[in-house]
Write a protein of this length. Structure first.
Length: 70
């Protein structure tokens, strides 16, 4: 027997989405980088400081540029 539950098809309200985002930010503020990195990559950018690459001007000691690099 199939039972249709209309609440399952309902989209969250803006207030519910704001509450969920607030909860996620609180969790991320107390979580390790490893825990945060396990989040779905589609929402990782919502967490401040995540998803932005760490740039460096230093090259590894054995780095040698090839023709494609130059």
């Amino acid at each position: 027997m199939n039972i249709h539950t209309p609440d399952i098809d309902r989209l969250p309200t803006r207030e519910e989405a704001e509450a969920a985002l607030s909860t996620l930010r609180k969790w991320a503020g107390k979580s390790s980088d490893e825990d945060i990195s396990r989040l779905d990559s589609a929402v990782g950018w919502l967490v401040p400081g995540q998803g932005y690459p760490a740039f460096s001007r230093a090259y590894p000691a054995g780095f040698r540029p090839d023709a494609a690099y130059l």
